[in-house]
Design a protein around this ligand. Structure first.
Ligand code: SF4
Ligand code: SF4
Ligand code: SF4
Length: 220
């Protein structure tokens, strides 16, 4: 396997590549600490890939897993076979709010709902990306992080027919992610026609079918 670089971590093995953003090391934007996750993913894929990928593996046939430790998604998980994006889900406590407005100012997604007096009413989950910024700036602990984990995506790719990965429901605990990623890839490989990429399988069958096959501990 290759060695980690100071910034992006890339681990190559037989038939696979794991890429992780700087959040595995020292990026201050990371929303969770899981420095051992890339190597755990590589170990899980090492057990999966030899029988699944042609040898020697070509760059375009590698199974690709990309991990980002915050919603900025610097490792491009949206175009990986399996992607993971760190998220910190906020929960508001309106009773503790002092109506300073800092949370709304910090939120780049306009997901904080304030009332006419500037006090928090709640968080719009359909807009929130789980960056954790609102909780970090709140001076009254009126926003707490309810959950931390990884959003899981499947079926992204570039090539002749690029597609962005579909997101599966829920958050995955870091310790459950290697098994979950392996299960998703195994389901894709089992269902593929010929040399289809996982993204082609996801496009054909839908991410929901794969999510059923790939249910794993740690999932919502
Ligand atoms: S995705 Fe987030 S944690 Fe990872 S390098 Fe980018 S900003 Fe840092
Ligand atoms: S976690 Fe981030 S995106 Fe979600 S409400 Fe807070 S600041 Fe906005
Ligand atoms: S930052 Fe905290 S105290 Fe200020 S408006 Fe938001 S929830 Fe209320």
């Amino acid at each position: 396997m290759s060695s980690p670089s100071p910034r992006t971590l890339r681990l190559d093995g037989p038939g696979f590549r794991v890429t992780a953003c700087r959040g595995a090391q020292d990026c201050p934007r990371r929303v969770l600490d899981a420095p051992g996750l890339p190597r755990a993913l590589a170990a899980a894929l090492e057990a999966l890939a030899p029988g699944a990928a042609p040898a020697p593996a070509h760059a375009h046939t590698l199974l690709r897993v990309a991990v980002a430790y915050c919603p900025n998604a610097c490792s491009q998980p949206q175009i990986a076979d399996v992607g993971a994006i760190g998220a910190a889900t906020p929960a508001a406590d309106p009773a503790a709010c002092v109506a300073c407005g800092a949370c709304a100012a910090a939120c780049r997604e306009s997901a904080v709902d304030l009332d006419g007096l500037g006090a928090i009413r709640g968080i719009d989950a359909t807009r929130c990306l789980g960056c954790g910024d609102c909780a970090a700036v709140c001076p009254a602990q009126a926003i707490a992080t309810a959950r931390r984990g990884f959003r899981v995506l499947a079926g992204g790719k570039l090539g002749r027919h690029p597609r962005l990965a579909d997101e599966l429901p829920g958050l995955c605990a870091p310790e459950a992610l290697p098994a979950r990623a392996s299960a998703i890839l195994a389901a894709c490989l089992a269902a593929r026609h010929g040399h289809e990429r996982p993204g082609d399988v996801v496009a054909r069958l839908g991410a929901a079918a794969l999510a059923g096959d790939a249910r794993a501990p740690g999932r919502d």
